[in-house]
Design a protein around this ligand. Structure first.
Ligand SMILES: CC(C)(COP(=O)(O)OP(=O)(O)OC[C@H]1O[C@@H](n2cnc3c(N)ncnc32)[C@H](O)[C@@H]1OP(=O)(O)O)[C@@H](O)C(=O)NCCC(=O)NCCS
Length: 162
């Protein structure tokens, strides 16, 4: 069961990850819409669509969506999905207004990847649309460009980085 999962970093910055709940849906929607050009699905998400997503998400035990918090405030979101081939895909990495550029998302990514590596798999990747400056963020988090896939690139977390 993935829903009650919560992770906390014991070193600075003390970010925490907790499973997304219904009370987070509006923030998730607003953050995604504000950054939609960075993602594969680029249409505006309505409150109804967000609710439908959450209902189907709850039916997928291999799918984990977290709210990142720091000092009791929401600073962003991130998730991972376990794939049929045994690997994990990190996705929906978005910093909230006010949380950017403080190293909080990098710390949260480290925490999430350490959890994935110790509980699921060390084969951790992500897909990034070409031209998205977030690729530099992933590189700072220990990911490496491993393949060109047309409109996007495939990154993998380097061995020993989780
Ligand atoms: C990607 C994103 C979550 C990074 O958030 P952030 O608050 O800037 O991240 P951090 O402060 O934790 O940055 C960690 C490191 O990445 C670097 N970094 C982050 N974004 C960067 C950028 N656009 N260009 C260059 N470096 C960047 C930081 O300089 C920092 O470097 P350090 O390791 O030397 O400290 C944020 O830019 C975002 O929400 N982007 C829009 C959504 C998106 O594109 N998500 C990914 C979809 S694949």
């Amino acid at each position: 069961m993935n829903r009650p999962l919560a992770l906390a970093l014991s070193t600075e910055p003390r970010v925490t990850l907790r499973a997304a709940e219904p009370r987070d849906l509006e923030d998730l929607r607003v953050w995604k819409n504000a950054n939609r050009k960075s993602f594969f699905f680029q249409s505006e998400i309505t409150p109804e669509m967000q609710k439908t997503w959450y209902a189907s998400y709850l039916l997928r035990p291999e799918d984990f969506m977290f709210i990142v918090e720091h000092k009791g405030r929401k600073v962003g979101c991130m998730g991972f999905r376990l794939q049929k081939d045994g690997s994990a895909d990190v996705y929906n990495i978005i910093v909230a207004p006010g949380g950017a550029g403080k190293g909080l998302m990098k710390a949260a990514m480290g925490l999430m990847c350490a959890h994935i590596a110790s509980h699921h798999t060390k084969d951790i990747g992500c897909l990034v649309l070409k031209g998205n400056p977030a690729v530099t963020f992933y590189e700072h988090c220990g990911f490496k460009n491993v393949a060109d896939a047309g409109d996007h690139i495939i990154l993998k977390l380097e061995e020993g980085k989780a």
